[in-house]
Structures are given as C-alpha cells and as structure tokens.
Design a protein around this ligand. Sequence first.
Ligand SMILES: [Zn+2]
Length: 207
Amino acid sequence: MNIKKIGSFLAEERKAKNLTQAALAQKLYVSEKTISKWENGRSLPDTSLLLVLCSVFDVSLNELLSGERLKKNDYTEYKVNAEDNMAKLLAQRKNNKHKILFSALCFTATYSVMLIFILLSAFFALPSWLKISLISYGFLLTLFGLAIAVFYDINTGSFECKYCGKKFIPTAKAYCLGYHTFRKRRLKCPYCGKTSMCRKTLQNQDE
Ligand SMILES: [Zn+2]
C-alpha cells in the first residue's frame, strides 16, 4: 500500500469528477486541509471514509488502495492486489483496536470492583474499619484503572483539529479536563491554537 500513490490517485479522480477540494470536503464532512493531506500522501482516509470515497469516485476499494484503476480481466493480479491491500489495512487497524478494547476493559473492570465493594459495605453488617478499607481500596483501584484506561486511549490514534485538520496527541491533563462525547473531545490544537471539538481518529500522527 503506497500512501503517496493513493494520494495522487485521489487527486486525479477528484479532478475527473470536476470537484474542488472544498466541494469534496463538504461532501465528506471533513476539512479542506484533510483532503489536501490525503492528496499529498501525508495520511490515509479513515476506514469509514474510504468506502464513501469509492462511491463518490466510482472505483472499487481495491482500486483506491492500489492507487490506480485495475484491469478486471487480469484476475490473478487483481486478486493478489486486493488481498495484499486488505491485509495491510487490517494490520494497521488491529493494533489500535486492541488498545481500545483493553482500555474499555479497564474501565469496566474497575467500576465493577468498586461497585461490589460499595454494595458489600452497604448491605452487610461489617465492622466499620472493614467498610472504610473496602471503600478506600475500591477508590484507589478505580483511580488506578482509570489511569491505565486513559493512558491507552490517549496513545491510540490521535485527535484531528476541526480548523486546520492537523492531527495531534493531547497531554494527559488536557485529555482529562476536556469535555467529550463518544468520538469527540474539546481540545486546544497545538498547531493553530484554536479550541474545538476534535474528532478522534484511529490513525497515528504520521501514518
Ligand atoms: Zn488547528
């Protein structure tokens, strides 16, 4: 998979469809900078956007990832290309998926343990020293679990600035303080200095 070649292919196909970078950006709900980064081969579109691009440009995913229109009658070459592309794409995402799963697991496990400790001390007549130790132990454990979960989540992919389209990894402090939804987090961009709801992408900074 050659990111530079894919980029030039995207630019060619966009021009063939008579679309400006701005028009394409609007169609995909991304910034113009993002489009130009793809076309310059500085990053690969998110997996979810790859399929949208295929339908906009009327090419197959295999062609897009090969960075060229492929002759369908040369079936062997076509198939080898497809399998190679898929394998590379999957390998790229797999590592990040594992980290996210692990992070979610940490959250769930620590919250469950804390809940059990609190329920134990609420419903059973335990001596107060035991209650206090159970609750403090549960609290500490939760903090520890949260720290691990946050560490893994920060190091999985990066956040994309809504204004300049650059990807960055926030500091742990900014990450924890930022208001967030499932895929977006309010962060200050280190490149342009603007604060926005930044979208989380699974791609790493320099991929
Ligand atoms: Zn920015």
